[in-house]
Write a protein that binds this ligand. Structure first.
Ligand SMILES: [Zn+2]
Length: 279
């Protein structure tokens, strides 16, 4: 989960595209300019009203016409080079949809088979991991990483206990109050995307929690050079590391951040402190 703040001028991109020599865009300006600008405006208006799932499809979108948009998306044309750069940008090493430490694909938030006109529209492209392959077709159940500012806050935590040095995993929970205006959507994204589309998500969390508990020095780097003498000191070290990593990855919702922050919860912090001072 990660808020994406893109500074891409889609209209300037269209104008560059019109001047391309590619056969794909012959007469493209005359045929599509008015339509595309109109549809882009509609997309933004619906997304800003949080109603993108109700954006009407374009009726009678001829298959051949749709194919041109899909071909443009994968064409590698220099006027669309932003797509390749966006997909590969290093700062996206966290999936915007599930928080995994992988990206490398771009998801079409509104699918390109039903909304082909948004195939090359930056506001519809979301850096993601392979979780996007099984994304729910009903996008009203998940949040759009470019349009919801709440994604900049920590949304979830892992509920667990430590029993006989073992992680007793109890589930992933919401880190926000039920009065939050998007509580239902944040809950729905968890159920309908993270838990459904990420293979073995909860097993992965359990393993990562156990691993951090077993070898805290491998994960909390400052422990290598200081001896912990108080709970306050350990909390401060964890908070500092979270702050650094959240800045580096531009989100507090990466898996690493989610796991480390969960050790600060009162149910487990004392046990974790005891573990840290005895190794
Ligand atoms: Zn993902």
């Amino acid at each position: 989960m990660k808020k994406i703040n893109l500074n891409i001028d889609d209209i300037a991109i269209l104008h560059n595209l019109y001047s391309s020599k590619s056969k794909l865009v012959a007469d493209f300006k005359d045929r599509e300019d008015f339509f595309l600008k109109h549809r882009y405006k509609m997309y933004i208006a619906f997304a800003e009203k949080r109603k993108l799932s109700t954006l009407p499809r374009t009726p009678y979108f001829h298959r051949q016409r749709a194919q041109i948009f899909e071909s443009l998306y994968s064409s590698g044309l220099s006027s669309l080079k932003y797509i390749k750069e966006y997909r590969q940008r290093n700062s996206y090493k966290v999936c915007s949809l599930c928080g995994s430490p992988a990206a490398g694909t771009l998801d079409h938030f509104l699918p390109k088979d039903t909304y082909p006109e948004f195939s090359i529209f930056s506001k519809n492209l979301i850096p993601a991991c392979k979780c996007n392959f099984s994304k729910n077709k009903n996008i009203s159940m998940i949040y759009h990483p470019q349009f919801f500012d709440f994604i900049e806050n920590r949304l979830y935590y892992i509920d667990f206990l430590i029993v006989n040095n073992s992680i007793n995993y109890r589930g992933i929970k919401l880190n926000i109050k039920p009065s939050h205006p998007y509580y239902k959507l944040i809950e729905s994204h968890l159920k309908n995307h993270i838990l459904k589309c990420v293979d073995g998500f909860e097993d992965e969390m359990r393993i990562r929690l156990q691993s951090l508990y077993d070898t805290p020095k491998t994960y909390i780097f400052a422990l290598d050079s200081v001896t912990i003498s108080s709970k306050q000191q350990l909390k401060k070290i964890i908070h500092n590391q979270l702050k650094r990593e959240n800045q580096k990855f531009q989100t507090p919702n990466s898996w690493d951040s989610l796991i480390l922050a969960s050790f600060l919860k009162k149910e487990v912090f004392n046990d974790f402190f005891l573990r840290v001072i005895t190794i």
